[in-house]
Design a protein around this ligand. Structure first.
Ligand code: ADP
Ligand code: TRP
Length: 329
């Protein structure tokens, strides 16, 4: 059965290989089979980025990245969160039902503050806005990385709370869909690849910038002629994402045989990244020349998303006793 799939990505910086293999690729794969809603979570990004021109540009960059990588706006609903005012309306309502103690259990908030983000209220209540994102489109499945599981559970709790309080099935209870098969993609320093660690290889890095990053990937000091273990090597962990099964086995065998250095592996990886994204890179250059197209895509997606959101919101307003004298669809 066709289900409603929903996911969001924060336009908080340029997208990297971890974002692609951990999230975007699955989103693109799911667009054909399901009724998919994908959006740029720009309200969420305000919790960590307070620079208007930068947020605007990042949002456009995320749209370009997705489109270049194969997201088809005629197959799914692709939009900016800020084009759906109903989402902040629902977030307020859910906030009135959410015990402070529930938010205090949030691990992402504590992590972000520990990593130096300012402890603003938006950051604290971030999961409530995320719950509104999920619930406002009657989503069935929410494909996310493992780090988002708690936020999906919060959205289930809050939907149940609203339905129980107003004694009506106003919101559908969504399921998470954690992509367990994707290992954490390592960054050039061997830690999890993340914008906040400055260790990323961007999807659309090319030329000298790409080469420099690949050459910087941390490896151990095993001499060139000695056998090496591919399974503990950061370069091989990235090669695995790009190579066919045969190619992977061939390179692993070279590691184990010795006489194959990390420099060789890096060169191989550089070639693979360049080739894997060649078509997308070309498409992105073309799309960059056509800013009106990007805005048209967002406009159309926004209209479709608002329509669905309004259908879910109106019965809620009625049940809650909120008088509304104008239509906001
Ligand atoms: P970042 O850590 O760079 O800020 P986000 O937290 O914005 O990335 O992640 C956006 C999406 O990409 C999430 O679904 C997340 O699970 C996925 N993702 C991010 N980094 C990685 C990684 N290194 N490996 C696998 N998936 C990742
Ligand atoms: N919190 C998610 C992240 O950082 C982004 C996000 C916002 C999201 N709203 C969402 C993901 C709704 C899934 C569903 O990756």
């Amino acid at each position: 059965m066709r289900k409603t799939v929903l996911s969001g990505i924060q336009p908080s910086g340029k997208l990297h290989l971890g974002n692609y293999f951990g999230a975007m690729r699955q989103h693109i794969e799911m667009q054909a089979e399901h009724d998919a809603f994908y959006f740029m979570a720009n309200y969420h990004t305000l919790t960590s980025l307070q620079n208007g021109p930068e947020l605007r540009q990042n949002t456009i960059d995320v749209v370009l990245d997705y489109l270049a990588l194969g997201l088809d706006p005629t197959k799914c609903t692709f939009f900016a969160q800020s084009d759906v005012p109903q989402v902040t309306e629902l977030a307020w309502i859910l906030g009135t039902l959410c015990p402070v103690s529930l938010m205090e259990k949030g691990v992402a908030y504590k992590d972000k503050v520990a990593n130096g983000l300012a402890a603003n209220i938006g950051l604290f209540t971030y999961p409530i806005l995320q719950a509104a994102d999920i619930l406002i489109y009657n989503s069935d499945i929410v494909p996310v990385g493992a780090d988002q599981k708690q936020n999906i559970e919060f959205s289930r709790d809050l939907a149940q709370k609203l339905n129980f309080t107003y004694e009506k099935e106003l919101l559908k209870i969504p399921e998470p869909h954690i992509v367990e098969s994707v290992a954490i993609v390592p960054g050039v320093d061997g830690r999890k690849m993340s914008k906040s660690y400055g260790n990323t290889i961007l999807i659309f890095d090319e030329g000298k910038a790409l080469k420099e990053k690949v050459m910087k990937i941390v490896t151990d000091a095993t001499p060139l002629e000695d056998p090496k273990n591919p399974d503990t090597c950061n370069v091989f962990a990235l090669i695995k994402l790009f190579a066919s099964t045969e190619k992977k086995e061939e390179i692993a065998a070279k590691y184990r045989a010795g006489g194959y250095g990390y420099g060789h592996a890096k060169k191989e990886l550089l070639g693979m990244i360049t080739e894997y994204f060649a078509e997308a890179r070309e498409k992105r250059h073309q799309l960059e020349q056509n800013p009106d197209f990007v805005m048209d895509v967002l406009k159309e997606g926004g209209e479709k998303a608002r329509k669905r959101a309004e259908e879910v919101m109106q019965p809620i307003r009625e049940a809650l006793g909120l008088i509304r004298t104008h239509y906001a669809g």
